[in-house]
Design a protein around this ligand. Structure first.
Ligand SMILES: Cc1ncc(COP(=O)(O)O)c(C=O)c1O
Length: 404
């Protein structure tokens, strides 16, 4: 890892696009990312068009299709492999409900570290179709356990769900290994990309996964209410969507209001998962941040955020705080968790107090499951890391030694 002090020059210029960085040291992107100032003008243009003209393709469908194509480019997919969804839950459920589940089938995930959205989507299939939801324990460093998953799957396994990075422990999943395992057995690998897509590299031409979904509001720095569902073309074309509406039907050049007839044709690739009218305001805002991410490039962003996370992790260790994340290099991510796997009352109280202290000193971080989560994106700097480590040192020195 190249631990350079100087960030790529384009990153310094980029901070001006995010005025929130003047107000806060913003280490809270894992909860929601900062939005760029340009999003306001983009949404205003769309609203002016709706208010004054009723709305035109130039601010509606044309923007939507550009956003679809730009996201596809970001992850190495084709635009037809991207559906537009509202959020991660919708993307997960679109795939989970499109499998032809049979009683006796099973799906595998690690409930210790996966988001409740993935867990409930599968429990719903258990309760509706009689499938078995198999859970595997996380690795000793709290990551997705590829080896245990390999031992747990069998000829009835239809799906594995995993996150790119877990929201609760900050561990990066070895998706290449997990993807190979699932691909060899024709098991659908469904990935929750909420905690890294936009900051860490994910190239679906190299990483063999079937579906990946992400909302715009975290590392894509966009608004709530719009997101993406990537589905590999060959997989998508074997799936019948659980919910179907007009944008999922191939009407050729006919207007969307036309009826396709009793024998409709599904749209190619992932487009069959598009449902009704789109969040155009969201698409207009999101195009601005997708352009900024593309300008810097995800490889440079990844290098930058991992450099910050490494420096920060080292500082937490120096201060004697327990750190859960980043114990094994291949699982290291831009999300750093201070805390313990089973927090004791004293540690939890200490981290709550530190969280409040940092907030009072204009630093945003998040508390999750009694741990303090710090998350880095391209608008963060090495100076911010040093400043926050200094604040943490001052906080710890101000505490009675028994408690600190
Ligand atoms: C891993 C993960 N998945 C999903 C979500 C959110 O799901 P949704 O976009 O459906 O609200 C979050 C955070 O809110 C998350 O951290």
């Amino acid at each position: 890892m190249n631990d350079t002090l100087a960030p790529p020059p384009q990153l310094a210029a980029l901070r001006h696009e995010f005025p929130g960085t003047d107000n806060w040291i913003y280490f809270e992107t894992s909860a929601r990312g900062l939005m760029p100032a340009g999003a306001r003008a983009a949404v205003a243009r769309y609203l002016d068009d709706r208010i004054l003209e009723g709305g035109a393709p130039a601010t509606m469908l044309e923007v939507l299709e550009r956003v679809r194509a730009k996201f596809a480019h970001l992850i190495g997919a084709e635009p037809d492999e991207i559906a537009i969804v509202k959020n991660v839950s919708e993307g997960l459920n679109a795939i989970v409900t499109s499998l032809p589940w049979q009683r006796g089938d099973n799906a595998v995930l690690c409930t210790d570290i996966e988001h409740p959205n993935s867990i409930y989507a599968l429990f719903n299939m258990r309760d509706r179709h009689g499938i078995e939801v198999r859970t595997v324990p996380a690795t000793a460093d709290f990551a997705t356990p590829v080896d245990s998953i390999a031992q747990t799957i069998d000829s009835h396994t239809r799906m594995v769900i995993a996150s790119t990075v877990t929201y609760t422990t900050g561990a990066r999943t070895d998706l290449d290994a997990l993807g190979r395992l699932c691909r060899e057995r024709d098991i659908v690998l469904l990935v929750d990309g909420a905690q890294s897509v936009g900051a860490l590299e994910l190239d679906v031409r190299k990483t063999p996964l079937d579906a990946m979904t992400v909302g715009a509001s975290k590392y894509l720095c966009g608004p709530y209410g719009i997101g993406f569902l990537y589905v590999r073309r060959e997989r998508a074309e074997r799936l019948q969507p659980g919910n179907l509406a007009r944008y999922g039907i191939d009407l050729g050049d006919a207007h969307e209001g036309e009826k396709g007839g009793d024998h409709y044709r599904l749209m190619p690739g992932a487009r069959r998962f598009d449902l009704g009218s789109y969040n155009y305001a969201g698409a207009n805002a999101l195009e601005v941040s997708l352009d900024l991410i593309a300008q810097v490039g995800v490889p440079a962003i990844e290098q930058h955020v991992l450099t910050l996370a490494r420096a920060f992790t080292a500082g937490l260790h120096t201060h004697g705080l327990p750190v859960m994340s980043g114990q094994v290099d291949k699982h290291f991510s831009q999300v750093v968790l201070a805390g313990k796997s089973s927090p004791d009352t004293a540690t939890e109280a200490l981290l709550q107090a530190l969280h409040a202290y940092l907030f009072d000193h204009r630093v945003k971080a998040s508390i999750r499951h009694g741990r303090l989560r710090f998350a880095f994106h391209f608008y963060n700097t090495r100076d911010e890391v040093e400043h926050v480590l200094g604040l943490i040192g001052a906080f710890l020195r101000s505490r009675p030694p028994a408690v600190a």
